[in-house]
Write a protein that binds this ligand. Structure first.
Ligand code: RFL
Length: 396
């Protein structure tokens, strides 16, 4: 190792990344009595302020309940009650409790989940290091991996460990370091664009999706005072195409709400409407978790939930390996997670096609538009169809 001063230390598990996947995993490992060190590239403030997802599904909520962390994560977080599809201005509601058969999710903004997990980890004496630069896993294909990094003062560190958890998102170093021949990547591009806007305007009464000939739009709560909006746009759209006035005009048109108040826009971003899945989610002693292993479109709200679900499976498997010397659950980690991942990819694809093709005829033509309308109508006329949808909303 080179650098100012080198420190060599050891732990059971090095967790790379402190997003929903890494922080969930680290907290569950602490509950399981398995030692870990979390290395995060960004500052604490940056991590705590990053706003993305907003719904923790029933399966995700149960993970925290089962690990004794419900008070930390779920306290005060309201349950989903209704879900609205607004079709050409006509309001249609689904009762979440009925269609999920009593398994509603919780409205938990991602930054609240992250902030609470982060605080809990630190309060319980967890080892979480921010501003860790040049994090690099070594030797994960062998029996004795290490992870090196440089801290904010420029000191280099080397951590010897038994396992590495790559929780560093889609652009992280964990997956990038795996030899290309060891992983297969499955990708799909939906061929549509989404503009997302985070704004200080009152949230809707219920999560709302609008289906119109002008394109898809959605309005979701993000806490008591903020909203996240989505607008279907051209796949190659740029910020110059979408000045604030156009955003508010299109939202009022598509949501059929001429009185929709506008407000300060905190974030304006284009979302890649793509899916990626790597198989297997493991290379030797490196385990890929959450977005590091799979990306799903925000349609269906499953990205954060899959990160939590992966972390749960991995924490149980690491507990068995470290505390009981049983590596069987680790051997099953990838297949167990991928089963859920593909179910949710299918849910997201089904919903994306339905909500876009039912509105904008130019996407897939008039025949497919009527098929998509029939699919949508069935949610409101058939109990079994609504419950199949609700089952996936709950997390399957
Ligand atoms: P994250 O959240 O990307 O966290 C990865 C962490 O790793 C750190 N990192 C590194 N650390 C050390 N060294 C390196 N070299 C590193 N490289 C990266 C990063 O700084 C970061 O802290 O991945 P994770 O934990 O797997 O969590 C995944 C979720 O964040 C993601 O799936 C969701 O946000 C997706 N998503 C949504 N999911 C939902 O369930 N419901 C939603 O409604 C929803 N809406 C969204 C979303 C994602 C969005 N973006 C990203 C386009 C809305 C948006 C706008």
């Amino acid at each position: 190792m080179s650098g100012k001063t080198s420190r060599r230390e050891s732990t059971e598990v090095v967790v790379i990344g402190a997003g929903p996947a890494g922080l969930t995993l680290a907290n569950l490992l602490r509950q399981a009595g398995v030692e870990c060190v979390v290395l995060e590239r960004q500052s604490r403030l940056y991590v705590e302020q990053r706003q993305r997802a907003g719904i923790l599904d029933h399966h995700g909520a149960r993970v925290f309940e089962e690990w004794g962390l419900a008070d930390t994560v779920l306290a005060g977080m309201p349950q989903e009650t209704r879900f609205e599809f607004r079709v050409d201005g006509e309001q249609r509601f689904l009762d979440v409790s009925a269609i999920t058969e009593g398994r509603p999710g919780r409205l938990v903004p991602q930054q609240v989940l992250v902030g609470r997990l982060l605080a809990r980890l630190l309060e319980s004496g967890g080892d979480l290091r921010f501003e860790a630069a040049e994090v690099t896993p070594h030797g994960v294909g062998g029996a004795a991996p290490t992870v090196t990094y440089r801290d904010a003062e420029g000191r280099t560190h080397e951590i010897v460990c038994s396992y590495v958890a790559g929780c560093d998102g889609h652009h992280g170093v964990s997956r990038a370091g795996v030899p290309a021949h060891a992983l297969t990547t499955y990708s799909h591009d939906y061929g549509i664009g989404w503009l997302t806007v985070l704004a200080d305007v009152p949230p809707p009464g219920f999560p709302l999706m609008a289906i119109t000939a002008h394109g898809f739009a959605a309005h979701f709560p993000r806490g008591p005072r903020a909203s996240r909006f989505y607008l279907q746009c051209a796949p190659d759209a740029t910020a110059a195409d979408w000045p604030d006035e156009r955003i508010w005009a299109q939202l009022r048109l598509r949501l059929a709400d001429k009185d929709l108040p506008d407000g300060p826009i905190g974030e304006k971003a284009f979302v890649e409407m793509r899916s990626h899945v790597v198989d297997p989610m493991r290379y030797g002693r490196l385990f890929l978790v959450g977005d590091a292993a799979h990306i799903i479109t925000p349609m269906g709200g499953k990205g954060m939930n899959l990160a939590v679900a992966d972390a749960d499976v991995l924490a149980r498997a690491l507990r068995a390996a470290v505390r009981e010397g049983d590596e069987e659950p680790l051997a099953a980690y990838s297949a167990t997670c991928l089963e859920r991942v593909w179910q949710h990819q299918e849910f997201s694809r089904w919903m994306t096609e339905m909500t876009h093709e039912a509105g904008d005829e130019s996407l897939a033509g008039p025949f497919r538009r009527r098929l998509a309308r029939a699919r949508l109508d069935r949610l409101f006329t058939s109990g079994p169809a609504a419950r199949a949808f609700g089952d996936m909303m709950a997390g399957g």
